[in-house]
Each structure stands twice: as structure tokens, then as C-alpha cells.
Design a protein around this ligand. Structure first.
Ligand SMILES: Nc1ncnc2c1ncn2[C@@H]1O[C@H](COP(=O)(O)OP(=O)(O)OP(=O)(O)O)[C@@H](O)[C@H]1O
Length: 236
């Protein structure tokens, strides 16, 4: 068999199955994620679409290591991550509500992961300044996150997740809480941010237009299963 270099250098999910325990039932609970197989090449942005409850967030959480697999594997660059805890995967996560630290400034929020990585202060400050430029909030470093709009908050959440340069960014409906006009604008900005930083990412969304704006390729789930996927552009 010819080695698949795309898979070796990025994410490879193979037969991933997640089942939530249900203490009340004797019969096995249906799998929330059912034998899902796909790959994401380095630098690629994949959109994950599907109706509510089809298992998108569960799949993302499983990739992050936050939900155990009952079968299947999640690999990065060919290495099985089964024994690698979430904080050692170098994956970033962004949720719908941003989940910022409300008692910290914008800069402190963005610098959080860099402090954990013990990045020296001067470098931290330079990275925060560059990231604020990138997300369209120059000069906002000392602002309190409590006084930001919803869109500004999501921009800060994106900057915070990009700061440690994650090898994979997992975006779980990061724009869903915003109104339509803001969402469209931020989708364009998000696409530019991911391309500009060469970030490998999976974007979960309900919104086909948003997926097409941000992602290179779209995959679709229904009832725990992957039902369609666009062929990777350079695969043949
Ligand atoms: N903690 C949990 N315990 C038990 N069942 C859960 C849990 N979280 C999710 N589920 C179930 O797993 C299935 C998949 O849920 P999931 O949140 O992954 O779907 P989703 O596609 O992300 O939905 P949405 O688009 O509404 O966020 C659903 O049937 C849901 O009820």
C-alpha cells in the first residue's frame, strides 16, 4: 500500500466511536459518534456541517481528548493520541461563547497560553500585539473583556486560541451567537486569519455559507455518521 503523506502529516481519525453512558438503560446507548473516518492535512481548514444533535461537538471533543473513544483512533502525524491527555495535544479549542476569563484584561486573556508555555514577557507582549492586529482589535490590550461586544469577545477568544500556535484548532460554532451581519463579516475575517497563520482547523457549524466561506473542504454528519465529504483538492 502506498503511504498517505497527507495523513502522516496532519490529523487522521479512523473509525472513531463515542458512546455516552446511560445508566438507566440495559441496552447500549446509540453511538453519538459512529465509526467516523476522515483526515485533515496540515494547513487545511475543514468545515463540519450537520443538524443539531448529530454528534459534531462530540466528535470535536473526542479529537481534543475530552471524550474517550470506545473504538477507533485519533492520530496526529501518524501517532496515536490515545494516551496523550488534552493539554498535551497542542490543540486549541474555541466555543460559541468564547469562555474568556472575565476578571482579566484582553491582553491577559490572549497571553494565558503563552504564560503556561513560559514564553518570556517581551515575546508575550509582542505576540499579543500582533494577534490583536490580526483579529482586528489593535489597541484593545488593556480593555476589560466585560466591556466588549459579542463579536469583539469572539475575536479575543480566537486570538487567545491562536497565541500558542496550536497544531490543530478546533472551532465549535464560534460565530453562532452573533447576529447575521456580524457573522458574515467575522467569517471572512476568520478565513483570512486561518490562512494568514497557516493554521490547520476544523470548524463546526450549522451554516453552509459559513462553512464554504471559511473551509477548504466540507464534511457532513447525520446521526453520528459521516455522510458526505468533498474530496480533498489535491488527492488523486
Ligand atoms: N454529556 C452527554 N451525555 C449524554 N448524551 C450526550 C451528551 N452530550 C451530547 N449527548 C448526546 O449525543 C448526541 C450528539 O450531541 P452533540 O452535542 O455532539 O451534537 P451536535 O451535532 O454538536 O449538536 P448541536 O449542533 O446542537 O450542538 C445527541 O444525541 C446528544 O443528546
Amino acid at each position: 500500500m502506498v503511504a498517505d503523506t497527507r495523513t502522516e502529516h496532519g490529523l487522521s481519525v479512523d473509525g472513531a466511536t463515542v458512546r455516552y453512558a446511560d445508566g438507566r438503560r440495559r441496552s447500549p446507548h446509540p453511538a453519538a459518534v459512529d465509526a467516523v473516518t476522515f483526515t485533515v492535512a496540515r494547513g487545511e481548514v475543514v468545515g463540519l456541517l450537520g443538524p443539531s444533535g448529530c454528534g459534531k461537538s462530540t466528535l470535536l471533543r473526542a479529537i481534543a481528548g475530552l471524550e474517550p473513544l470506545v473504538s477507533g483512533t485519533v492520530r496526529w502525524a501518524g501517532d496515536d493520541l490515545a494516551s496523550v491527555p488534552p493539554h498535551r495535544r497542542s490543540f486549541g479549542l474555541v466555543f460559541q461563547d468564547g469562555q474568556l476569563f472575565v476578571h482579566r484584561s484582553v491582553a491577559e486573556n490572549i497571553a494565558y497560553g503563552l504564560r503556561v508555555q513560559r514564553v518570556p514577557r517581551a515575546e508575550r507582549e509582542a505576540r499579543v500585539t500582533a494577534l490583536l492586529e490580526l483579529v482586528g482589535l489593535p489597541g484593545a490590550a488593556e480593555r476589560s473583556v466585560t466591556e466588549l461586544s459579542g463579536g469583539e469577545r469572539q475575536r479575543v477568544a480566537l486570538a487567545r486560541s491562536l497565541a500558542p500556535q496550536p497544531r490543530l484548532l478546533l472551532l465549535d460554532e464560534p460565530l453562532s451567537a452573533l447576529d447575521r451581519a456580524l457573522r458574515d463579516r467575522l467569517a471572512d475575517d476568520l478565513a483570512a486569519m486561518l490562512r494568514g497563520t497557516g493554521t490547520t482547523a476544523i470548524l463546526v457549524t450549522h451554516d453552509e455559507t459559513e462553512a464554504r466561506t471559511v473551509a477548504d473542504r466540507v464534511i457532513r454528519m447525520e446521526q453520528g455518521r459521516l455522510v458526505t465529504w468533498d474530496a480533498p483538492e489535491d488527492a488523486s
